[in-house]
Design a protein around this ligand. Structure first.
Ligand SMILES: Cc1ncc(COP(=O)(O)O)c(C=O)c1O
Length: 456
């Protein structure tokens, strides 16, 4: 096996002149039309109301075609692709991401498969600090109670097993303001630090998955700095393409976002930003290959023979989003406005409410479900989700929120106790009909007196 970096990174590291600093938008007359949008997503299975972009994202036909071209270039002449094109292509994607998120240095940007891989990179590093005696038994990491399950498992695998402890901060939900989250975070951190425990890492979601809420991440990072938390990792799996991202403004040490969720890349690709520091030099990809020790970005750009095409289409994705009025910022705003408007329509039809105010919704919103459905466990939520898919052709995640005793949640629902929420997503391919289909399916279940305990 030859040196994968031959003709690669070092020859091109300083050649960023080709990267446009400002996106080139289409002129109004050439904005993508509704029928072109339909063509771009014509591969979506017909008849399904797909209001779950949040889970797996979506990829337009023109990007699938671009990906195929990259795959063929490899298959047609692997040596030429490997020695002359792969590293250049990855570097170009990294440069575009660097401008997109306002990072200072290209070497702060690594491209990895997904947020799960990024969590492994950061937490493995924490695990080594325990193993090598830099951290002591009982030193803590802090996370939100609704951190993504895969991230919780990584904490278990890399931190708890190495002797670390975990401080869990409850996310209030339904939630009415950033202040509620900030207060809860301060309380959790203070409790965790009692008895002189050192907090080595905070893991903060930018947008929680379930329930879905935009977290005041900049403020929480600031609190971590004030309170002596050593490192901060922001799990922003949903962020790029659905909220504004400026990594310098946020100020975390590590920040990951998937590009396949809200940025139209094919599965799977994510960027991991690591702020330049002595720590960032000791991060490593969990798959060790030829580039071990040459910095995370270079290590990640060659982790053995595999398909790298999803990492190479970032330029084509930028061309795609710039066919929309306002580019990605325009898409973001329209998705947000639409999901809030449609969420309010659903809440009003069901006599419920949104789980958070509009400004805390990204391109997703949590909509209370009628309590007559009797959602009283995670299992009930899963059964309802399956039922909506199998019987109504509606693809939407359902969240069960345990009620606190005597909780008054201010709903207008008949018995005032909403424990189930639909997490709706809006992406450019959605139409109002998708949401009417969900509205009518739920109304039908209510009319038929269906409760979750009778669902198979
Ligand atoms: C908050 C959060 N973190 C991590 C992930 C994991 O993303 P992936 O499966 O692409 O690694 C997700 C996926 O939905 C998520 O919502």
């Amino acid at each position: 096996m030859e040196d994968p970096r031959a003709n690669g990174e070092h020859n091109h590291n300083h050649n960023h002149n080709h990267v446009p600093k400002r996106p080139k938008f289409s002129s109004p007359s050439s904005f993508i039309s509704d029928s072109e949008i339909r063509q771009e997503f014509a591969h979506h299975q017909p008849g399904i109301a797909r209001i779950n972009n949040g889970s797996f994202g979506s990829c337009p036909a023109s990007i699938i075609a671009a990906q195929k071209r990259w795959q063929l270039r490899f298959l047609q002449q692997p040596d030429d692709f490997f020695f002359n094109h792969l590293q250049k292509g990855i570097l170009r994607s990294r440069s575009l991401i660097q401008s997109l998120i306002n990072a200072d240095h290209i070497d702060e940007i690594s491209i990895v498969d997904n947020a799960t891989t990024a969590a492994a990179i950061v937490l493995q590093h924490i695990g080594w600090a325990f193993a090598e005696g830099h951290f002591q038994k009982g030193d803590a990491v802090v996370m939100l109670h609704c951190a993504f399950q895969a991230v919780k498992k990584s904490i278990q695998a890399y931190v708890t097993r190495a002797g670390g402890s975990v401080i869990v901060v409850q996310l209030p939900f339904p939630v009415h303001s950033d202040q509620e989250i900030i207060a809860e975070f301060r309380r959790g951190l203070a409790k965790g630090k009692a008895h002189g425990r050192k907090v080595r890492l905070a893991i903060i979601d930018h947008i929680t998955s379930m329930p879905c809420v935009i977290i005041p991440v900049r403020e929480l990072v600031h609190i971590c700095r004030e309170e002596g938390v050593e490192q901060v990792f922001v799990d922003a799996a949903h962020a790029i393409g659905s909220v504004h991202v400026d990594v310098k403004e946020i100020g975390a040490d590590f920040y990951v976002s998937n590009l396949h969720k809200w940025f139209f890349c094919p599965p799977s690709v994510a960027f991991l930003y690591c702020r330049k520091s002595p720590i960032s030099r000791d991060l490593h990809h969990p798959v060790v290959s030829h580039e071990y020790g040459n910095g995370l970005a270079i290590e990640s750009a060659w982790i053995g023979t595999r398909d790298y095409s999803s990492q190479l289409v970032v330029p084509e994705v930028l061309d795609f989003v710039n066919r929309f009025e306002g580019g990605i910022a325009g898409i973001r705003k329209r998705n947000h406005d639409a999901v809030v408007r449609l969420g309010e329509m659903l809440a009003s039809a069901w006599g419920t409410h949104l789980g958070s105010p509009p400004e805390m919704c990204p391109s997703m919103a949590m909509v209370g479900l009628p309590s007559s459905l009797r959602i009283s466990s995670d299992d009930d939520a899963a059964k309802l989700r399956t039922h909506l898919r199998d019987h109504f052709g509606v693809e939407v995640p359902i969240h069960y929120q345990a009620l606190k005793d005597g909780e008054e949640i201010g709903s207008t629902d008949w018995d005032d106790r909403i424990a189930g929420y639909a997490r709706i997503s809006h992406q450019v391919y959605n139409t109002v009909d998708d949401f009417l289909k969900l509205r009518d399916a739920i109304n039908q279940l209510v009319k038929d007196g269906v409760t979750c305990n009778i669902l198979p």
